[in-house]
Design a protein around this ligand. Structure first.
Ligand SMILES: [Zn+2]
Length: 318
């Protein structure tokens, strides 16, 4: 009986989403993607060794309930393909550490790591808003702006491990009052992220109106008829349409999926596709814009799917 069990493919896939404030883990049925269980804990901010221990305990706790299975991890950054060390992480205490190797040692099994936007793209392309789309681009519009590409069931990963990262490109087709644009932490100005992140929208609103409001408060007030907030959302939609048009011109995706807090603004799904044709180099645009189906769970679900797509050549095995 035991030997038979070992001969079979894993029946449970575990995914972990490592956020700046929370670590969430999920157990999915490998057969149909059904959620078997999940757990969420606070991130031990600033403490690398404690992060590894917490993640190990979280996964071992779920494996104790649901049995052995593969482990995938989504991180707010990426592993350098050359060194195996974390880079580009806004959870800065991970940077420079061999996180995948250390987790593999702690768990006693290999793990796969991917960028959190790549996990969103994989989740939504597997059984979410982009299911059935051969080419999907997924965007996180939140505290920052990230992106990931899934083509034919695989996360697109190249030599720099930055596939889909559009947040630190310049906002395309800038208008006069968008040049040079807000300063960005990356050292440049006018990056897409400085306009399209939540703090970017809030800063734009303040520049035009002088009032301090969060992106969520702006969206709420706009829905209740506040003209200044509606104007902020219109500027935002115009910029998002330009940013995504530049992606469509390069990738020609069937579906673009929006995730992150700002993906909850309903007007974007009408206004942005109505605008983006001005900049797409095509007589018509058949790309669809959709909201992530799995919402906040997309990251953790995508992490679980990292082992499910025959993607050994694309994803780093650590
Ligand atoms: Zn930047």
């Amino acid at each position: 009986m035991v030997a038979l069990e070992q001969d079979r493919a894993p029946t449970v896939r575990y995914g972990v989403d490592l956020g700046g404030t929370k670590i969430e883990a999920i157990a999915l049925s490998a057969d149909d993607g059904r959620e078997l269980g999940r757990q969420r804990i606070d991130s031990p901010r600033g403490d690398y060794a404690a992060t590894v221990r917490c993640l190990r305990d979280l996964v071992h706790g779920l494996q104790g309930r649901f049995g052995p299975g593969s482990v995938g991890i989504g991180i707010p950054g990426t592993l350098s393909p050359q060194t195996g060390l974390v880079k580009n992480a806004n959870s800065t205490w991970l940077i420079g550490h061999p996180f995948g190797a250390d987790l593999g040692d702690a768990l006693g099994q290999p793990v796969r790591l991917a960028n959190d936007a790549d996990c969103l793209a994989l989740s939504e392309a597997t059984d979410g808003a982009a299911a059935g789309s051969p080419i999907a681009f997924a965007v996180i519009l939140g505290t920052g702006v990230g992106g990931g590409v899934v083509a034919h069931g695989r996360v697109l990963t190249g030599p720099n491990a930055i596939g889909g990262e559009w947040g630190h490109n310049a906002l395309p087709w800038p208008q006069d009052d968008e040049r040079p644009g807000p300063a960005c932490y990356c050292g440049r100005a006018g990056c897409v992220e400085t306009f399209l992140s939540g703090p970017g929208m809030a800063a734009d609103h303040q520049r035009h109106n002088g009032s301090e409001m969060t992106a969520a408060a702006i969206a709420h007030a706009a829905a209740n008829g506040d003209p200044a907030c509606q104007a902020t959302l219109s500027r935002y939609a115009h910029r998002l349409a330009r940013g995504l048009a530049s992606i469509i011109n390069v990738l020609d995706p069937h579906t673009i999926v929006l995730g992150g807090g700002l993906s909850n603004i309903p007007m974007l799904y009408q206004q942005v596709p109505a605008l983006w044709g001005q900049w797409v180099f095509s007589d018509q645009v058949l790309t669809e814009l959709k909201q992530a189906r799995h919402g906040d769970s997309s990251g953790v679900r995508g992490a679980a799917w990292l082992w499910a797509h025959d993607s050994e050549q694309r994803l780093r095995l650590v």
